[in-house]
Ligand binder design. Sequence first.
Ligand SMILES: Cc1ncc(COP(=O)(O)O)c(C=O)c1O
Length: 380
Amino acid sequence: MFDDVVDFVRSIYGKEGVIPLHEPLFIGNEKKYLNECIDSTFVSSIGQFVNIFEEKISHYTGAKYTISTVNGTAALHIALKLLGTDENSEVITQPLTFIAICNAISYCNAKPIFVDVDKDTMGLSPKSLETFLVTQTIQKNGSCYNKKTDKKITAVIAMHTFGFPCRVNDIKKICKQYNIKLIEDSAESLGSFINNQHTGTYGDMGIISFNGNKIITGGGGGCIITNDENLAKIAKHITTTAKVPHKWEFAHDMVGYNYRMPNINAALLVAQLENLEKFLKNKRELAMAYKDFFTDKAYYFVEERINTCSNYWLNTIILKDITQRNLFLDETNAKGVMTRPIWVLMNELSIYQSSQCAELINAEWLAKRVVNLPSSVILS
Ligand SMILES: Cc1ncc(COP(=O)(O)O)c(C=O)c1O
């Protein structure tokens, strides 16, 4: 039934065997910089590559400050901690997301609240957020409290799903009105913009992941981006074991984390960043080829919204229903074309089943229909 899709994917990748969902590409100075890093002996959290990496991310995204971390989950954890998230807090996020967001909330001993997503962006819905805040919260001493639990809502985490920018401008306005801080989960959206402003720079903080499956990778890695000098300073301090600067003494002034990205991962990333524009261009060409192919089919290809630019990290289609989706997944995977469904909704996982939820009509609809297609960069 989906032989045409399998043939099309094989024709664009031009290869036998399994076609992965997303594989990294090392075509630049990766080995050179890794050797330089090894020769320098600075392979851990101090070294020139991790500093260069932070400067380059700030330059590319336009964020004033970049604080590198060991991965995107650590970046989320620290971002939440910096906003005072603890066992007396709650964090509003979307249920249609990767588990990392909920893990980070749980590391802070806080609880997630799930509001719906928009159907077109698959990211947090400003409407659903506003409805929840209007009906379920009250303001006390300049902060937002959940009427039901009397817990403070410290943050909203909105995500740019698969690189498609969500309606973050609207979300930001609502957060401001309700005295809640905004974290953008831009783990998947390096190279995605809204009106030429990089995703992750709208909120109080953004986070990016450089896991092996992302558009560029350091093997592992992440970062926080922010324009807030104070948050940046504390983030750097807390991710480097909260060590008090001194020539030789080991003193620490708060509970810190060993979360700084090792220089050796940064060496890989500095080389990868040199090819980011090329990767983005090639991914866009791939997306346009998919778009043409899926025109006039009984299911549709997800496109970037007007005034937004997606990095098309993972190309995405929406099938008719769950039966058609499962058939598609079974057939394509059996024929060596790796395709994957979107995540199981967080509120359906046993650990989060008792979480407070808004109406989740769009999230439930999408969870049954969304499939990602092979999206690795193909060099032309
Ligand atoms: C949306 C999202 N948030 C957070 C993360 C966590 O990043 P990491 O794997 O680097 O910890 C990922 C994926 O890796 C992700 O896709």
